[in-house]
Ligand binder design. Structure first.
Ligand code: ZN
Ligand code: ZN
Ligand code: FE
Length: 763
């Protein structure tokens, strides 16, 4: 019997070869009808024998194209229309509900084309197909069609047009399709932007060989690139970028090469080679191939990614490892426009390896680490954005503005949360511009008019100020920083109204009592919370400056620890501190410029600096990173240092008192204990304090679920140890995976709080 069905399909179904796939499938099943791409998704009408139609629908569901993600497939039976063939109709506008695919790494088929001397795309740096290539970074507006991308300026040649229109071809309706005859081309210029004659790739390899620094145009912006084995080049890059200690990311040609430097599990290998290609933080091999110290000073891990564009593949042909760090000036966002590149990067790069396909929006590399049994995003950007995460559907669109550091905002529509790419630290104008502009694009692209805004309670966060000035929404909800972190974990688990114990550990964040929080045990769900416990607050001597100078935390912590037992500070300690420390301490005691902070990040600063690790930091969280790297578990015949926090019972709130721990650490240090032993002792005490605290709160509240969030959980040792201890004690532990536990995931939590409050009717 002949039947006709109409299918409405939503999800990531554009720019991923969906129509050609439908077309081929329809031919296989001998169906007539059409497929139509529109802003709300894809509509199919198919007519044929009942069994064939059923098989067609089943295949659509079960084996969609590689990059597609169907989240809606509605089937309705309609009267047969007597079509005699199957056609692909042209796209049209309409109400916008389609999702945009993230940029995806070059696929194996395209790589094979590039390596085949007989292929017209042999060694062509812009090879792509419906399964791979740029998407998010070249799309100006929807529906996704070539004229609405930065490929608009490249009319297809006859060969490319034939592939583009051939439903049987892998490049059928691949919008960025191009070849050497019609597509973008590589350009090699000097530092002033003047094009140099010769083969750009050969010139680039030559320049790298001579130890030069190149600015290389990638998918979402420019990288600064040099030979990772050339210590002088790496150090020059550090000097020019004024980036002293923060590790540089590396690009390596393939997994086999990565294995020469790093140990690699099969899960890590899968993450490295997958189409999203994040930078993965991998353990260095002590017996492996070594790189200059300046690549990642004092760090036991290397940030490594594999090539993700054809240009990267060509560039990596001659090198085991290239430094690939974002092309930007200090804390400004990554440079992505050609004009801007010469203006801003000419002092940093000796040459430019660029091309004439414009980048429409910037998008930094994503960063991930495999820890405690899961891949965890530390920065969710290229390869992930703007793919939505599920979120509670509260019937209204929410714009959550995120935090001040590592900003990424979050726009919701229905049950989808569109997290932006990494925007950066909102403390300079270019980053703020980028934040505003992307918010504009997101509301336009995803056709969402936010009715509700969510922002951090900190009045000085620029994202919060932006929210206050945003005129189009009806309401603005302020979400406490650590509550947002807690909610980000709960929302990942799709639980909004079941409370849990949240161990929320980070650097800073404004608390409900006006002090800085960050070592908190909260009990709550996405709607509300109570503060059940916190770290004993530490004064930040000199305010903000203390964050950059961990020795100040060391001083404050040591002073309070010895004061508690009525003792003087051991004079040997002061050797590590600048001579004016007594003045600073005095000012702190008088409460002058010494805000209180219960942040665990600050206690890590103190502990690290007390062990002589990182008294001065050049990037946020450096002391904690280096302190973790120092950690060495003691051998079987060594007695592990047995430090402990006190758990003080006060009226409404438990207090984790670190003073006995700090005293014991100082005692051991003065007796000659090594930083690695001290680091182990501190980490172990912190992990055990988490367990004790959760046990106590379980006794009090009967609650068995624990959520871990906040930037401190990027500490792999701490995360794995606390998960293990809590697991053994029978707790159900929840952690961030898909969104960062640091402030990059804050906006997702803010959106979850706002959605839950609306759903519960408390807003
Ligand atoms: Zn491909
Ligand atoms: Zn062509
Ligand atoms: Fe935070």
């Amino acid at each position: 019997m002949t039947v006709r069905v109409r299918l409405e399909i939503g999800g990531i179904v554009q720019g991923v070869g969906f129509r050609p796939f439908v077309y081929r499938l329809a031919l296989e099943h001998d169906l007539a009808g059409w497929v139509f791409n529109h802003a709300a998704g894809v509509t199919v009408e198919a007519e044929g024998e009942r069994e064939e139609v059923d098989a067609f629908i089943a295949a659509l569901r079960e084996e969609p194209p590689y990059l597609a993600a169907i989240d809606r497939l509605d089937v309705s039976f309609i009267p047969p229309a007597g079509d005699y063939d199957f056609r692909i109709l042209d796209s049209a506008g309409g109400s916008r509900e389609t999702l945009i695919s993230p940029d995806m790494a070059t696929c194996a088929d395209c790589l094979a084309d590039m390596r085949n001397p007989a292929d017209r795309r042999y060694r062509y740096a812009f090879t792509n197909c419906t399964n791979c290539g740029p998407r998010f970074t070249i799309i100006k507006s929807l529906p996704y069609d070539r004229p609405r991308t930065t490929m608009a300026g490249f009319p297809m040649c006859d060969d490319c047009a034939a592939e583009y229109h051939d439903p049987a071809d892998r490049r059928f309706h691949a919008q960025p399709v191009a070849c050497p005859a019609c597509g973008p081309r590589l350009i090699f210029t000097d530092a002033a932007g003047k094009e140099l004659a010769g083969d750009p790739l050969e010139l680039a390899h030559g320049a790298l060989r001579q130890g030069n620094i190149l600015a290389v145009k990638g998918l979402g912006g420019f990288h600064l690139c040099c030979d990772a084995h050339n210590a002088a080049a790496v150090e020059a890059l550090r000097r020019r970028k004024l980036r002293w200690d923060r590790p540089f990311a590396l690009m390596m040609p393939d997994v086999e090469t990565v294995r020469e430097y790093c140990s690699l599990t099969s899960e890590e290998e899968a993450a490295l080679t997958g189409p999203r290609r994040p930078i993965l933080l991998l353990k260095r091999r002590t017996d492996g191939r070594q790189l200059p110290e300046a690549i990642a000073p004092g760090n036991g891990r290397l940030g490594v990614m594999l090539p993700y564009t054809p240009l990267h593949h060509l560039l990596l042909e001659q090198w085991p490892a290239l430094v690939m760090t974002s092309g930007n000036i200090s804390d400004e966002p990554i440079v992505y426009e050609d004009g801007e590149a010469v203006e801003k990067l000419s002092g940093l790069a000796d040459f430019f390896l660029t091309h004439d396909r414009p980048i429409f929006r910037r998008c930094d590399d994503s960063v991930a680490v495999y820890a405690a049994g899961s891949l965890r995003l530390i920065r969710r950007s290229r390869g992930y954005a703007p793919e939505p995460r599920p979120i509670l559907d509260c019937g209204r669109s929410i714009l959550a503005c995120g935090g001040q550091q590592k900003n990424a905002f979050c726009l919701t529509r229905g049950g989808k949360a569109f997290l932006s790419q990494h925007i950066g630290d909102l403390d300079n104008l270019p980053t703020l511009d980028s934040f505003r502009r992307e918010i504009g694009y997101f509301t336009e692209m995803f056709n969402a008019k936010p009715a509700l805004l969510a922002a951090d309670k900190h009045p000085d966060y620029l994202a919060t100020r932006f929210a206050k000035e945003y005129r189009d929404a009806d309401k603005l909800i302020y979400v406490q920083h650590h509550h947002a972190h807690l909610a980000s974990v709960l929302a990942e688990q799709d639980r909004y109204f079941q409370p849990a114990i949240g161990l929320i550990f980070d650097g800073t964040g404004l608390g409900d009592d006006g002090t800085l929080w960050g070592g908190e045990a909260l009990i709550g769900d996405c709607v509300s919370f109570t503060r059940a416990a916190h770290l004993l607050p530490l004064p930040l001597l000199g305010g903000e400056q203390a964050v950059r100078e961990p020795w100040r935390q060391a001083l404050a912590a040591a002073a309070l620890a010895f004061e508690q037992v009525g003792k003087e500070l051991p004079s040997e300690l002061a050797r590590d501190w600048p001579a004016d420390w007594p003045l600073l301490l005095q000012a702190g005691r008088a409460g002058i410029n010494a805000p209180l902070s219960s942040g665990l990040g600050r206690l890590f600063d103190a502990a690290a600096a007390l062990c002589g690790v990182c008294p001065f930091a050049t990037y946020e969280g450096q002391a904690a990173v280096e302190f973790e790297q120092k950690l060495n578990e003691p051998t079987a015949d060594e007695a592990p240092p047995d430090y402990e926090f006190d758990l003080l019972e006060s009226d409404e709130c438990l207090i984790l008192d670190w003073r006995p721990l700090i005293r014991a650490m100082i005692g051991d240090r003065l007796n000659g204990a090594s930083p690695s032993t001290l680091s182990y002792g501190f980490h172990r005490a912190t992990a055990r304090a988490c367990l004790d605290l959760c046990r106590r709160l379980r006794e009090k509240s009967g609650m068995n679920d624990v959520a871990l969030s906040g930037g401190c959980w990027q500490n792999v040792w701490l995360l794995e140890e606390v998960c293990r201890l809590l697991d053994e004690a029978g707790f159900n532990v929840m952690t961030n995976r898909a969104v960062p536990c640091n402030d990059g995931g804050l906006s997702y939590g803010q959106a979850a709080v706002a959605a839950a409050c609306i759903k519960k009717g408390v807003l």
